[in-house]
Design a protein around this ligand. Sequence first.
Ligand code: MD6
Ligand code: FE
Length: 215
Amino acid sequence: MDLFDNIVENEPRNVQLAPGAVLLTGFARSFETPLLAAASSVVECAPFRHLVTPGGHRMSVAMTSCGTAGWVSDRTGYRYTAIDPETRQPWPPMPDAFVDLALRAADKAGYANFRPDACLINRYGPGAKLSLHQDKDELDFNAPIVSVSLGLPATFLFGGLNRNDKTARYRLAHGDVVVWGGPVRLAYHGVLPLADGYHPLLGSQRINLTFRKTR
Ligand code: MD6
Ligand code: FE
């Protein structure tokens, strides 16, 4: 018997990245249709945009948000707002399909009763990347973050609590969900430049949903 015969390809696995951080492979796959429909309806009301960092760089990842808070960046800094500065309207409400998936994934990872108030939607085209960062603009670090990958696969970097800590690499594919919190809630992480490719549902892009409790 081959050593790998017991690893069935595409079978969902739970991979611990660190104590408090888990990759649930394929967890969102069976929700892809409602999730993508819900994402499209959000984007119709709050279009993707390339934000500018406080340092003046235009981000290669296009972003939008839904929920009672949305994440924005400009020359003055990073923050959550109730109003989308582009549309001057409240961010679209968080779709039920989003809330439901985030709650289930967090629960599976050991974080019961997760109630996100914000979902940041990131769109990566070929070459788009996210430099190493911490998610630290939220007021409540007790709640975990739930991150859903859709479309093209990406290489995710996961480091430690200090910027210079060694990073590990993980491949995040369509339907994969990462949940992290507790001792690694403030871990540095990032995404390497997206390789070009074609995904049957999303074409040459990757969509990432990150759910947070901001307050
Ligand atoms: C991404 N994700 O996967 C970017 N942040 O496109 C994040 O920045 C992230 O995946 C906090 C927790 C999980 C994440
Ligand atoms: Fe992040």
